[in-house]
Design a protein. Structure first.
Length: 223
DNA sequence: CCATTAAGATACT
DNA sequence: AGTATCTTAATGG
């Protein structure tokens, strides 16, 4: 069974680099990824990376979605951005470069599969393979842009917009319009409070955007 | 049944 | 928008 997994990975990575449209990875790089990458599976809601951990490898999402959160001392959490298949984590790249402990934590949003590239390899490849360097830089800048988006939606107080974006994203990642989530959980991800989220959800419901059930929010197809 | 907990309501900041 | 408090409703023993 281990062998079939190994054969499989080449196909997955190939597929991945094709979906990345621009110059796909060189065959030599694909081989290297195949050889040195460590694949792991996670169930939904599993903790993938705890804050404070020393990071020694770069995660590359093969399948599923991961949410990257920032935790404030004791009380608060805040969603920074999501990682989808084919993406890698900017915060981790920055940790790797400074050889620092993780300042974020990562949770599996859905069941997912992640490929970990040891940090020495990832350094090596940046020098060796243009497509890899390209991939890292591009990914870094994309994540950075998402972060800026998160920052100014927080700064400019658009909680209503943040909530509806969150619902849209979750519907996308879970591939359903029926989200099993509590108002409390939503509040935590947005670093808000349950009552406020309930109020907003109720207003969404009155606008005919959603329907509220216990432990479940149904998205109706109106933007 | 009862205990637990999600969610609604109200009022104040 | 956020907090505090109380009430109501759903769920699972």
């Amino acid at each position: 069974m281990a062998t079939s997994k190994c054969l499989n990975i080449q196909a997955i990575i190939l597929n991945l680099s094709q979906t990345l449209e621009e110059s796909s990875f060189e065959p030599a790089l694909l081989e290297a990824i195949n050889r040195d990458g460590i694949r792991k599976r996670y169930k939904a809601d599993a903790v993938i990376l705890e804050a404070g951990t020393l990071v020694n490898s770069l995660p590359l999402v093969l399948e599923g979605a991961i949410r990257v959160m920032r935790r404030d001392e004791e009380d608060g959490e805040l969603l920074l951005y999501y990682l989808e298949a084919g993406e890698t984590c900017a915060a981790t790249i920055s940790c790797c470069m400074g050889n620092q402990r993780s300042n974020i934590h990562a949770i599996a949003e859905t069941d997912c599969e992640v490929l970990f590239i040891p940090i020495q390899r990832m350094d090596e490849w940046v020098a060796k393979y243009p497509s890899w360097r390209n991939f890292i830089f591009r990914s870094f800048s994309e994540r950075f842009d998402e972060l800026l988006g998160a920052v100014d939606s927080v700064a400019f107080g658009g909680l209503e917009e943040r909530l509806s974006n969150l619902l849209r994203d979750k519907a996308l990642f879970h591939n359903t319009n029926s989200l099993s989530i509590t108002h409390q959980q939503l509040a935590e991800e947005l670093h808000s409070s349950r009552v406020v989220i309930s109020r907003l959800l109720k207003s969404f419901e009155q606008l005919g955007k959603i329907r509220i059930h216990r432990n479940r929010i149904e998205l109706l197809n109106k933007s």
